[in-house]
Design a protein around this ligand. Structure first.
Ligand SMILES: NC(=O)c1ccc[n+]([C@@H]2O[C@H](COP(=O)([O-])OP(=O)(O)OC[C@H]3O[C@@H](n4cnc5c(N)ncnc54)[C@H](OP(=O)(O)O)[C@@H]3O)[C@@H](O)[C@H]2O)c1
Length: 183
């Protein structure tokens, strides 16, 4: 029994999720054009997941936020390097090493069937392990030229089926896909 992963992430038009140093200033700036009350489907997506798997690099960015953004949703931090979590985090946060397959099995054992998988290298590893079903990718109208890619280095081709596209007047284009079963 294994949990399955979903992705909800924003990229630049050239496919980056962050600058090389991890900054997402371009995304925060783009969000300033989003009207109040518009979340581009984030709350609806979050309502469908049981837990979050987050790569250590993304987690470190989250630690800099003023408020804890995930409520009571369990958050599994994925790291080989971290020996312990920082003090003061909600009890819903846990630390995990092991493979993507092991982590998905662990999540399922704890009743978490659908995971929000977040962080570029983390998404790539879960995709390579055939654990991602549904990527939702919101394309921000900016070219960064360089940065941390959402995809790359995954081995064999990954085929997807397009499910839907939504475009907003402020320039965001959101594409939903289903990952096809490996041949
Ligand atoms: N645009 C967006 O919507 C969006 C969304 C999320 C994140 N971001 C940004 O993306 C950046 C982070 O993405 P990223 O691709 O650099 O990294 P990431 O996926 O967040 O984290 C990578 C880390 O995950 C751990 N990891 C990866 N594979 C592992 C494995 N097989 N076993 C155990 N641990 C493993 C490793 O931690 P250790 O090195 O500790 O072992 C690795 O360094 C941040 O700047 C964040 O702000 C942007």
């Amino acid at each position: 029994m294994s949990a399955r992963g979903a992705v909800f992430i924003a990229t630049s038009l050239d496919g980056f999720i962050a600058r090389e140093d991890g900054r997402i200033d371009w995304l925060l700036q783009a969000n300033e054009a989003v009207p109040p009350g518009e979340d581009c489907g984030y709350a609806a997506f979050m309502a469908t997941v049981d837990a979050i798997v987050m790569g250590r690099a993304t987690f470190e960015q989250v630690l800099a936020f003023a408020d804890w953004p995930y409520g009571t949703t369990p958050l599994m931090v994925w790291s080989r390097r971290l020996q312990a979590l920082p003090a003061g985090l909600p009890p819903t946060v846990s630390l995990h090493a092991g493979s993507a397959t092991e982590l998905a099995a662990h999540a399922a054992q704890h009743g978490h069937g659908r995971l929000y998988v977040d962080g570029g290298r983390t998404i790539q590893a879960f995709l390579a392990a055939h654990l991602i079903d549904e990527p939702t990718i919101t394309v921000i109208p900016i070219l960064l030229g360089r940065g941390r890619p959402l995809f790359g280095g995954m081995g064999p081709d990954v085929h997807l089926t397009h499910l839907s596209t939504q475009a907003w007047p402020f320039g965001f284009v959101q594409n939903r896909y289903a990952v096809a079963a490996p041949a």
